[in-house]
Design a protein around this ligand. Structure first.
Ligand code: CP
Ligand code: NVA
Length: 339
């Protein structure tokens, strides 16, 4: 298997074997870190971390993975650099290509990351665009495997609920279709992935013995699943104005006790890429509750947005295992691309 100098823009061009190779390498690197015999394979390598949107997990995971392996990182954001405003993406790509060994990009359209890849001459790794979040779903499927007593992928069933037109929904559909998994999406029709992309995934699914289901009914979709996955209802870069529409259309898809009951699986696990809107503590969420009149007499009318606070705080939730696996899977990508 040779992934040296390969871009990771979406996982669209990675084979099932390449994805499995990355996951096996991530498990190996995880064990090495745990037992303290990690060998640094990336000494002298320099990584540019380009962020046009905020991040906690992805940034930290890239920094830790790189440093564990002996590489240096430089964090660049759009407030403190010329990125996008005073310099074209093409010129930025050429500049970084002369200085670094690889670029991590988080930002808006997939077109931007493709432009970086086309002009930099070095590998470009997607740390989230509007369309894809490949490093997240690699960590997610590794987490599913670990929580399934290493059942093979074709025995794992998961459902994604919420806005399935965005990065997480699309990437979960794609990776499951490649790995032979049983993938369900439950969302109102206007939040389904675009038809062309779904057909592409469906063709992959047929080839890999995966099962894909796209439905509006959340209770039908969650039946007998091993994992329920959700994401925020409004993604980074979207207008605040859409919150009202999202609350109206997506409340039915909230992960709560009733939804869990409909899985018929008391061992079901709940997943979230995080950050999550499960209570009103963060001030942005508190303001949203007030703005949409979801707080009356100090009582909240809606218990969390995409997931209720009690489910988030329960043992159903494995999202912090997902977080840790971000390091190991990103490390596998860096090692396989740069060493
Ligand atoms: N899940 C995820 O990508 O988190 P951050 O936005 O904190 O990087
Ligand atoms: N869909 C979310 C994912 C965050 C990790 C967003 O793009 O904001």
């Amino acid at each position: 298997m040779n992934l040296r100098n390969r871009n990771l823009l979406s996982l669209m061009n990675h084979t099932k074997e390449e994805i499995n190779y990355l996951l096996n390498l991530a498990s190996y690197l995880k064990k090495s870190k745990y037992i303290g015999n990690e060998y640094p394979r990336l000494k002298g390598k320099n990584l540019a971390l380009l962020f046009e949107k905020p991040s906690t997990r992805t940034r930290c995971a890239f920094e830790i993975a790189a440093k564990d392996q002996g590489a240096n990182v430089t964090y660049i954001d759009s407030n403190s650099s010329q990125l996008g405003a005073k310099e074209t993406i093409k010129d930025t790509a050429k500049v970084l290509g002369r200085m670094f060994d690889a670029i991590q990009y988080r930002g808006f359209s997939q077109k931007i990351i493709e432009e970086l890849a086309k002009n930099s001459g070095i590998p470009v790794l997607n740390g989230l665009t509007n369309e894809f979040h490949p490093t997240q779903v690699l960590a997610d499927v590794l987490t599913m495997l670990e929580h399934s007593n290493n059942k093979s992928f074709n025995k794992i069933k998961y459902v994604y609920l919420g806005d399935a037109r965005y990065n997480i929904g699309r990437s979960l559909l794609l990776i499951g279709a490649k790995l032979g998994m049983d993938v369900r999406i439950a969302a109102p029709k206007q939040f389904w992935p675009e038809e062309k992309f779904f057909i592409f995934c469906n063709n992959l699914a047929k080839k890999n013995n995966s099962k894909l289901l796209l439905v509006e009914d959340p209770y039908l979709a969650v039946k007998n699943v091993d994992f329920i996955y959700t994401d925020v209802w409004v993604s980074m870069g979207e207008s605040e104005e859409v919150w009202c529409e999202r609350i109206n259309f997506l409340s039915k898809y909230q992960i709560n006790n009733e939804l869990i009951k409909h899985t018929n699986n008391f061992k079901v696990k709940v997943m979230h890429c995080l950050p999550s809107f499960h209570n009103t503590e963060p001030f942005v969420i508190n303001n949203l509750f007030k703005k949409h009149k979801l707080i009356k007499n100090n009582q909240t009318l809606l218990n969390g947005f995409e997931i209720t606070d009690d489910i988030f705080e329960s043992s159903f939730n494995i999202s912090f295992d997902q977080v840790e696996n971000r390091i190991h899977t990103i490390k596998a990508i860096l090692v396989s691309t740069l060493s």
